[in-house]
Design a protein around this ligand. Structure first.
Ligand SMILES: [Zn+2]
Ligand SMILES: [Zn+2]
Length: 232
């Protein structure tokens, strides 16, 4: 009934039927497997050994490139038709999950600050994580990482400022970390990855608190490109 009263419209071209019509879906460009640090090709999205630093993730899987089309989806997901769009986005990447090994994996949604979650009424990455957990053998934990400080949106900042902007804003829950021994992988789930500054910060914090080796991975829906400002 609701669908008849408010038929779905393509967020890009307004054609009725789907949140993203078949034509506009073709403008969601899948990412080729690449290393999130140098962005060059790499099997299974593994970080090249020569790119690995102490605070790097082993791999960060992304599904699509971040562009105008993805922007419309994400914006609508976060601020308007959250549940419907979450399900729609999930339906677009569900078949890609088959290629990912979730055995003994713990999914951690990238936390947003408590105030922001309250304002919005939900944490978007949590919703995505819950959908993944329903269809895989991964488990989820929402209390491992907290964002203790609000920060500016990374989108408008330069590369160096982005690093600074996420410094010391996360806190690891020590009670939870003591109980994650049964997992081989921690997979952080986020919507967009661009410079990887947030992920490095999280990795640093987890490694500080964890007294054993664990493989840290990421799943981010969209991969953004970062244009360094030309210096004259
Ligand atoms: Zn369309
Ligand atoms: Zn690389």
């Amino acid at each position: 009934m609701l669908n008849l009263l408010f038929p779905k419209e393509c967020l890009v071209c307004s054609r009725t039927g789907l949140w993203l019509c078949k034509t506009c879906q073709k403008r969601l460009y899948p990412t080729l497997p690449n290393c999130y640090i140098c962005k060059k090709l790499s099997n299974d999205f593994k970080t090249h050994s020569q790119c690995l630093k102490k605070d790097s993730f082993e791999s960060v899987i992304t599904f699509w490139k971040y562009n105008e089309c993805s922007k419309k989806l994400i914006h609508n997901f976060k601020y308007k038709n959250r549940f419907q769009i979450a399900n729609f986005i999930f339906s677009l990447f569900e078949n890609k999950l088959k290629n990912i090994n979730f055995k003994k994996s713990l999914l951690i949604p990238l936390p947003s600050h408590r105030k922001k979650t309250l304002e919005r009424g939900f944490n978007p990455t949590e919703l995505i994580c819950e959908l993944i957990v329903q269809k895989t053998n991964a488990e989820i934990n929402k209390n491992l990482i907290f964002k203790k400080q609000e920060n500016l949106s990374q989108a408008k900042l330069s590369y160096e400022k982005r690093k600074e902007n996420v410094k010391n804003i996360f806190e690891i829950n020590t009670d939870v970390i003591a109980k994650i021994n049964k997992y081989d992988n921690i997979i952080i789930v986020d919507d967009i990855i661009t410079t990887g500054a947030t992920i490095s910060e999280i990795s640093k914090e987890i490694k500080k608190k964890l007294n054993r080796e664990i493989s840290l991975k990421g799943i981010c829906l969209f991969q953004g490109t970062f244009r360094k400002k030309k210096t004259k």
